[in-house]
Design a protein. Structure first.
Lengths: 403, 403, 403, 403
């Protein structure tokens, strides 16, 4: 099995998430980094590529040069896919250009700045027939997949309530003034988009809840706040949720909760059972039923679903964590890309990753949260499928009762 | 030191909370139960009293008989205070009558059904000069008092965010149909009042947050739901909160979260630090600052505040729990009553208990939550002090800057 | 039901455990303190009794006066039992004298200083026909009773390994020099006995393991150390254990483990399952089987055994703790005493408390641990039943296969 | 920076730990696998190498062929180091041969079967001047390095007590009969060596305790047991420890503790403070001092030591786990090898890995544990330095008081 060839846009020196993408891509030995345009500053891009050992001919100064350069190579040498790990505002133009050229895409989240851009990318990807993954990396955790399995299997009954929270505290002070690159672009609307915490981490919370429960949002009621003086975007967002099946929810995200590190949690309650998961202790999943004791399911055990087992590399008790979960997204997209190359169906247990639809729904969520924050009405309609005709059709088919 | 003489209304056979009140009253050996009207059914009242060893002459069939009977005794034999542990609808008439007769009152929560009743009780109590405690028992935990101390001391800085949650699951099915006495009255509007979960446990959440933070609610936005078919009152309530100092919050209470037992939790985030507490593991309090590691403060240690130390009976590591916290409310009210009897000031570290104002504010909170649930407007104004002239005045005085 | 009349020896001002015994006795309203000789110093004894509201006529200066005084009362007024809460060296003479007078006894642990004293007490108690309870209070926890039930029911299979640990840190410095009364007598051989940590808390560990597993010790290998300079007794003890069924074990107790509060833990592993319990979070019991996920059983749930349910006062999620567990020992002994008074069999679910045999076995354990510590041989034989002829007989009968 | 070239012996299809070594080597992009003799069966070795994409010319059938083949290559193409991941019995011959050829070695643990072999390897490595790392991978965790730092810095005072435990349950039944490859060789003395659980995981426990505390073992007292019928080696081992500074300890390892996964824990108590760490939740380190609250230090925070910070790749709250810790050993050895290649001193914060001395001391520990298990004497002398003349000299120098 040859390694897939990856090109990367963004992720140069001083960036955080680019290195994570590279470790995730590298972990399973199925992907190699062969090209890059690693910074928006050409000099910095090239210096970054050199440090990573990129060949000079494929260590590009800009993403446009990379696109041209790669297309000029014979297909057997060209990159198989591009990984887009820039600040948010560059996701759209880069992904669009590579998608149009028929190059598969793995993009960081939030996908783009507007639903219009998202719909355009969906249309482009469909025309090109490419694989497009969005790195909502938390869904790569084995126990998140177990949680999704439990909901799908009906073990919890009908879902009544969802509580999803994403607690951070790193922006409790004005870190962006001290030269922190991560804080800098995240608090800048021209690069981050219309939302701060809601876009950066609220969208992860939305995706986690949607992935596990399969529920569609009906309406939301948001209170977004900017606590740190001088900041342009929200650094705290609290929401009430209503789902189309009648379930209720709470979602919040904050970057000013002093002491919170990267505390993403999900609780789901159904008529017959419930589950609870925390990203900071990702190898465990708590499950409760109406009558029995608390069960703590742990990664790597034979009692787990095939989906959870397929997402794990180590025996139980040998903890896996953030990088391994992130690598599952890469491995999933790689399997889908390989299946295209080999004209076969992908293995559904492996090719399990957030798609362009997840990305588009996430953008819609951010827009609706901001809209609600400015509204005096309690509820802001937030159905996404209805806003994307062909998805809506599919969605209805999915939800149709068995004949 | 003689034991205070307690009379009890409610809490007969089949009741839950009455027995807890009696254990709490008894724990420190400072209070003895000498009279009771323990059920609304005279036969059952008497049988209950007999089982508890009440003297026949003070084992009353009704609370009115008890009031008359006690007043007929010489002051030196008469009950010092009455403990009202009936279902909610009886709190008002009973407390009112005893208060008018000058007998101190300890009442269960929520105080009464309406703010009008609450104001009337406040007026009555003021006229009579009695001590009136409301058993928001969770504020009796030593680590809750430590939490309050940390906020008051400024250790957390200015409070920005409050998350308070009360998760239960025992009403996830229609338990009230199976003859469960607790479920029965709590789901019956004529006895429980206008709210279900919000009244029963949401009011505890409100009180806990208010006690620890000292913040006043400005407005709230509530989504109340009745999930279990056939039930008349909410069994789940989710709210966004705004406080008068600009802080934001989330409060929820649910009785349909399968697997949750009695999971009351509070998180408070300030500009400089944060704290987190869980009722089910009450001996610990987590504290974080901007820069240091997580600290876990534990009950019974010398590094705690005098308020926390005064509320504890055992050395660290010898856990205290629900009954001990409840007993702290009784001990606190008893100290206040004793101070009246002895014409002295009470010891403020001991006489630390929720008052009629807590009770009245709780009723107001329930009313506003229900009002908001029926409103299409996002925010429902919820300031309580403004609605109670003399409290408002006092409140302003309290908040006035030092001269 | 009349309250049982309790007399107390020890537990005056400045003592710790006496107040705990009184709260435990008082909690259920079934016992009243009517007499006391609360200190070895008559003046202090009387002052202590006065503070507790004892009648002058029964507020004795010495335990001998109390014994005489009570025996002089008509049986219907006399104390039903004596509670012995003195430092260790007084347990034997006091318990012996009251037992000989036919007065039931509840004694703190360790029972006495020597196995000879223990055998004498067993003989005395048998002759007098009294109830004799020893307050190994940790066995009063509902989840300890559930643990015992799980072993007895065979849910864990044959027991292979036992790990019991009692971690404390309060004596990590020379606290006894600073006037700490608890530290003072515990580190004094004339009052504490031949062992320090092993006697004070190691004996609790032994009792917990024996109560839950029902296993008998075959041999032990102990390493006892005195870490704090100037101290006469061990403040740390580590042991390997072998049980008569072939199981292996580790037991340790320490009072110099800085930061440890009162951290008693038990783990039991069998061929089919295992359990784990921690005193500092006593409402939970972790259980694992060969193939399934971790289960966390919690106090107050319907899935628990009758023994665990009988030992609980509050619904699940309303935590119970140290005092409630201690009160279960008192309630158990009280039930046994009442049954004697009423000429009936006690309810075995209630009359569940550590007996004189537990106390005697604990003394034997301490002796063997100290013997081993001085031995160069690895194993010191530690069977207790064999050393007590009639217990040995009974033990064999208990262990006999069903016909 | 070019990637170091790694050859691997062992780790073919069906093996567990080989794949972990490869992920660990790959994670940071600094090492590439270029050659292998991946199984003791040549066909299987080649099939395994093919699946991993090894070039045919360097996909060897045996490790001897690999050694010859690599030595025949020009130095600029030859492997820089060999990774030995076979069952235990092959560690010695393979490591010895490559070491003699001047090729650096990373070997799995336990190092070899006998102290004689260990001393021979030490001598060989010294003569060849190679880097030799032993994958006691748990010392690669950032919080283990923080723990070591805390001890070294004196924050805990003089160490008095060490508790190290390694709990597993996977061999509670006779798994080796069902074709489990891992269980098979580990329970076979010809491949595993003289010890079972003690060699496999007890040696990890020894290394963890020694690494963190720096203490040298003086004597031990071991009780080793084989619980599962038909098994030739111990599956459970319990020990008392004495250290040369007077500290005491407990060490146990078990593979029959049903439900335990890979539960390695360390507690260290000094005169001024203590620490506690668990491998299954590796991002946290609990620290206590004489007077303050429990502190929970978490990976990725600025308050940690340089050693802990150098061992981390992700911000706090983004958990790292087993593979990342393992990768730290590879990164450390790689830094040491690179420094040799570049004729410079290695960066001590990076080149932080267990050495041949750790490996040799581990073998000595296993021998002494087994010796003690067969002894009727309580204490078996277990000083290692004294048994290795030149280490002893160095050790004395290290422990010499400052001039």
């Amino acid at each position: 099995m040859r390694q897939l060839r990856m090109g990367m846009v963004g992720g140069g020196q001083g960036a955080f998430i680019g290195a994570v993408h590279r470790m995730a891509a590298r972990l399973d030995g199925e992907i190699e980094l062969v090209a890059g345009a690693l910074s928006s500053t050409p000099e910095k891009a090239r210096a970054s590529g050199q440090a990573l050992g990129l060949a000079n001919t494929r260590n590009y100064g800009t993403w446009q040069e990379m696109l041209d350069g790669e297309l000029a190579l014979p297909p057997g040498e060209r990159i198989d896919f591009v990984s887009v790990v820039t600040p948010n505002h560059m996701h759209y133009p880069v992904a669009k250009a590579f998608a149009e050229a028929g190059i598969h895409v793995i993009s960081d989240k939030p996908l783009v700045h507007t639903s219009e851009q998202a719909r355009d990318l969906m249309e482009t990807a469909r025309r090109s027939g490419i694989v497009f993954a969005v790195t909502y990396n938390y869904t790569g955790y084995p126990m998140v997949r177990e949680a999704r399995h439990l909901v799908q299997s009906g073990a919890l009954g009908e879902i009544r309530k969802v509580i999803v929270e994403y607690n951070q505290g790193w922006l409790a002070t004005r870190l962006e003034e001290g030269g922190n690159k991560q804080a800098d672009w995240r608090t800048d609307p021209t690069r981050s988009g219309i939302a701060g915490a809601v876009g950066d981490i609220g969208s992860h919370a939305e995706n986690l809840a949607a992935t596990v429960t399969g529920l569609e949002l009906d309406a939301l009621c948001a209170d977004l706040t900017t606590f740190v003086p001088g900041r342009a975007l929200d650094d705290d967002g609290n929401m009430l949720l209503r789902f189309t099946n009648g379930a209720r929810g709470l979602l919040w995200c904050s970057q000013i909760e002093v002491g919170a590190e990267n505390d993403l949690r999900l609780r789901v309650f159904g008529t017959r059972g419930s589950l609870s998961w925390r990203q900071e202790e990702p190898n465990a999943l708590e499950v409760q039923t109406l009558d029995g004791p608390l069960q703590v399911l742990r990664r790597g055990n034979a009692y787990l679903s095939p989906a959870a087992q397929a997402a794990t590399r180590l025996p139980s008790g040998h903890p896996e964590a953030f990088i391994e979960a992130f690598a599952n997204i890469y491995r999933g997209a790689a399997e889908a890309i390989r299946a295209r190359l080999e004209h076969r169906e992908p293995d559904p247990l492996i090719a399990d990753f957030p798609t362009l639809e997840d990305g588009a729904r996430g953008v819609h969520f951010i827009e609706k949260a901001v809209e609600s924050a400015h509204s005096e009405q309690k509820w802001t309609a937030a159905r996404w499928r209805a806003s994307v005709p062909e998805v809506a059709e599919r969605g209805e088919a999915e939800q149709a009762p068995p004949p």
